[in-house]
Design a protein around this ligand. Structure first.
Ligand code: BGC
Ligand code: NOJ
Length: 811
């Protein structure tokens, strides 16, 4: 069952039934200022950091779901409704929500009145614009009352939810003309305030939520709206809000446009006040003036659209299957941008107060976005590396506002450092900019300890070498990529966090996932060293990588697949000898991608075992058999019911590792089949089962052991976005940047005749046509660049500004 459709030419998903199986959301904002909005106008806004600078309030885990947002109410002679259907849920004669690239448009129509709300954050702006068009579509004049509504959050979203004894006394507002200012805590340590403005005179307002709504009412029955009478209330403490009130008359066919601006202002500390207790509004007035007409809003929307056209023009494919094309050309790239901006902080499953920017997450997210904004990727790499410790280990997360490591979330996840090699080498291959390696980068944000970024990479690499266990395999530390494989945790206390507790920190538990990761990114490190003439360093690194390959072959192969780990007691995990958890996906993926034992057929065998034991109708599950009891020596993984999350769920993030390993051994049919199984554009028709947005990947789809296999959770913020993008574009379609040029080495289903791929790379545009006359999966028979034959499959970097014709024949 579907709840909408794609409009590819507009790059929109159009929701036509507001009762989606879960709120289907969109992200607004591209750099510092962000907003989340559901298909029924629920959501919230923040500046940089969803925890520390939240402008509007949102209640997670609410009943009903998704209550609170940027609402508009129409009272048409007693008939009260919202353009986005919620909160009143008054049936609409027509409803649509168009989620596009950093904007959403809600259109509701009832009894001859149409309301269209366009919501977006203009580029490089600390403000959200909500343009409302109200049109009388009937033959008679219309007279109605119109209200806006938002609820302020008292800045620190965590504190806002829990420190009520203080918060109920701190709220402060100012109302001047059509602007409501939220100046809570401004008189003390803050140098920022927010405002909600509309570009027309108002006939009333409210700033006290409970006077506007009535203490015992919900947002679907605000007294002021139902009575058609604003209270003109001034909030002192309690819950400040902002509501504008209009009385509107429209002749038949007439349209009225109102522009609302929700802005965030920082003033310097000496310039906070206009007069005693009156805030300095100069910068706010300047900001409002930028969007005070419909024409100005149109111009900003055009800029936003051009911005996205430009970003998305870097990679464009034509495969003959619109589901593939819309995934690659639009939605997957869009999701990569969102994960790059948010890491795992704020979604409808991540509350914005728990997690900042993840060390491993952000490094991986980067591979999905580096082609679009290499400069921002460079800055991000430096920010991440600046939180690293001198021994190469890392804080697991840092706060976006301060860019400092977050102690509360712990460290000692031994996969973390190695991801820095992935992000940096991908960045250099994309941009050709080696200067990042010479950049002086602090440790733990202490500039006095800075070294070159290259040295950070060396320490990342050496961190594994310096932390090997009894079998010469990498120690797992607190956990590896799988946060729930907590082999040193031993928790028997329900109030302990699996993520930060170590009851017995031994030096025995080893990870085969990190072993594969070390070989894969160790080889990247060696290649980089050679590229920049550090041959001695390359030779030293090579011995470490060779030793690891030998250790994996000697102690990490179970006969049919790679083991997953050795536990605290030195016992195998992910072995046929185990009763549960006999086989895991991560080590097959990483040892497979690293090509360990490729010659001896180990990779092929491992992939066949994945197919046999882990694949199911909806994707590849993480492990089998699922754990059915709690193993204190394994930790959180065994806490989940079978089929969910890290316990045999389809964890979409790691499925692409298998796709990529399949391309290494040349099985394009399997690689593509795995990709299509979890790619949202292929799941639209089962939206009622899948539940979350059909335009973005979810972190997890319930596996075959679950109560409802195929049901997804945790959409949007997941490494799934970047990894699937890499799998389809770089390994299946096979177009991948390298130091000296652009490699084209597809691995596709045999039935395909070919495809077209346009790639902007270091300033040149490559129009690549791939033909597959002999219906093979892999193999480049010939490659011509502007008619001239090239040996191998790497197109040498062409002059910036040139447009290059590339013909590839497979066979
Ligand atoms: C989840 C993981 C997540 C971790 C850290 C666990 O409960 O299952 O997916 O990475 O928490 O937040
Ligand atoms: C989600 C976390 O964000 C990510 O860092 C981790 O690798 C996966 N869960 C798997 O546990």
């Amino acid at each position: 069952m579907k709840f909408g459709h794609y409009d590819d030419s507009a790059r929109e998903y159009v929701i036509t039934n507001p009762r989606t199986p879960y709120p289907w959301i969109n992200y607004l904002g591209n750099e510092d200022f962000f907003s989340l909005t559901s298909n029924t106008s629920g959501g919230y806004t923040f500046y940089k950091d969803a925890k520390f600078r939240r402008l509007t309030r949102y209640r997670y885990n609410n009943v009903p779901v998704d209550n609170g947002g940027k609402y508009f109410y129409i009272n048409d002679n007693g008939d009260v409704w919202n353009p986005g259907w919620k909160p009143t849920q008054t049936p609409l004669d027509s409803y649509s929500c168009r989620h596009g690239m950093s904007y959403s448009v809600f259109t509701g129509e009832r009894n001859g009145l149409r309301a269209e709300v366009t919501q977006f954050i203009p580029l490089k702006t600390w403000a959200e614009v909500l343009r409302v068009k109200l049109k009388n579509t009937s033959n008679a004049p219309k007279k109605f009352k119109f209200f806006s509504f938002i609820e302020w959050c008292l800045w620190n979203a965590e504190d806002d939810m829990q420190n009520l004894q203080r918060n109920f006394s701190t709220g402060e507002v100012e109302v001047v003309g059509s602007t409501i200012y939220h100046k809570t805590e401004f008189k003390e340590r803050r140098n920022h305030y927010a405002f909600y403005n509309v570009n027309a005179p108002i006939q009333g307002f409210d700033t006290d939520r409970d006077q506007w709504k009535g203490l015992y009412n919900n947002f679907d029955r605000p007294d002021a709206v139902f009575e058609g009478k604003p209270r003109n209330s001034e909030a002192h403490g309690w819950s400040p809000c902002a509501s504008h009130y209009f009385e509107i008359e429209l002749a038949p066919g007439e349209e009225k446009v109102l522009v609302f601006t929700l802005g965030y202002i920082e003033v310097d500390k000496d310039n906070k006040w206009e007069s005693k207790s009156i805030i300095n509004k100069k910068p706010a007035l300047e900001l409002m003036a930028r969007f005070d007409t419909n024409e100005k809003v149109d111009a900003e929307l055009k800029k936003l659209s051009d911005y996205w056209s430009n970003l998305l023009s870097t990679i464009e494919v034509k495969t003959g299957d619109e589901r593939i094309d819309r995934s690659v050309n639009i939605w997957n790239q869009y999701q990569c941008m969102v994960t790059f901006n948010m890491s795992r902080s704020a979604s409808f499953f991540e509350t914005g107060i728990g997690r900042g920017m993840g060390f491993r997450d952000s490094n991986q997210d980067l591979i999905g976005f580096v082609h679009q904004v290499p400069e921002r990727a460079r800055e991000r790499i430096i920010d991440i590396a600046s939180t690293q410790f001198e021994d190469g280990s890392a804080y697991h997360q840092y706060q976006p506002l301060t860019k400092r490591g977050n102690h509360a979330v712990g460290g000692n996840f031994n996969d973390d450092p190695l991801w820095l090699i992935l992000s940096t080498t991908d960045y250099i291959k994309e941009s050709g900019d080696y200067s990042i390696l010479d950049e002086m980068v602090p440790y733990d944000n202490d500039a006095s300890k800075a070294t070159s970024h290259f040295e950070h990479l060396r320490r990342s690499f050496m961190h594994t070498v310096n932390n090997l266990g009894p079998h010469g395999l990498p120690l797992i530390g607190r956990a590896d990529w799988n946060d729930c494989l907590n082999l040193n945790c031993f928790s028997s206390e329900p109030n302990e966090s699996f993520q930060t507790t170590n009851n017995q920190m031994g030096r025995t538990a080893e990870s085969l996932m990190i072993a594969g990761q070390f070989v894969l990114y160790g080889n990247e490190y060696i290649k980089l060293c050679k590229q920049i003439g550090k041959h001695e360093e390359a030779a030293v690194a090579q011995t470490h990588v060779d030793n690891m390959v030998a250790a994996v072959k000697a102690h990490g192969w179970d006969g049919e697949w790679f083991l997953r780990a050795y536990d605290f007691y030195g016992k195998k995990i992910g072995s046929n000898e185990n009763e549960e958890g006999k086989i895991f996906i991560e080590s097959q993926g990483f040892c497979g991608m690293a090509g360990i034992g490729l010659e001896e057929g180990l990779v092929k065998k491992a992939m066949d075992s994945v197919k046999e034991h882990l694949d199911c109708e909806y994707g590849i599950v993480l492990n089998q058999p699922a754990f059915t009891k709690y193993y204190i020596e394994y930790g959180e993984i065994s806490t989940y019911p079978a089929g969910y999350k890290e316990n045999a769920g389809i964890f979409c993030h790691n499925n692409p590792w298998i796709m990529i390993a399949e391309t290494l051994i040349g099985d394009g049919d399997r690689a593509f089949d795995y990709w299509a199984k979890i790619t949202p554009a292929f799941l639209q028709d089962i939206s009622d089962l899948h539940k979350v947005e059909p335009y973005v990947y979810a972190q997890m789809i319930a596996g075959k052991d679950a109560y409802k296999p195929g049901e997804a959770k945790n959409s949007w913020l997941t490494g799934t976005a970047a990894w699937n993008f890499a799998a389809i574009t770089q390994y299946i379609l096979g177009v991948k940047p390298d130091y000296t040029g652009l490699a084209v080495n597809p691995c596709i289903p045999k039935a395909w005749d070919g495809f077209a791929f346009t790639r902007k790379f270091r300033g040149a545009t490559y129009n690549i046509t791939v033909k597959n006359p002999n219906h093979v999966s892999k193999g480049v028979k010939s490659l011509t660049v502007n008619g001239a034959a090239v040996t191998g499959f790497v197109i040498p970097t062409q002059a910036a500004g040139s447009v290059v014709d590339v013909q590839v024949v497979m066979g």
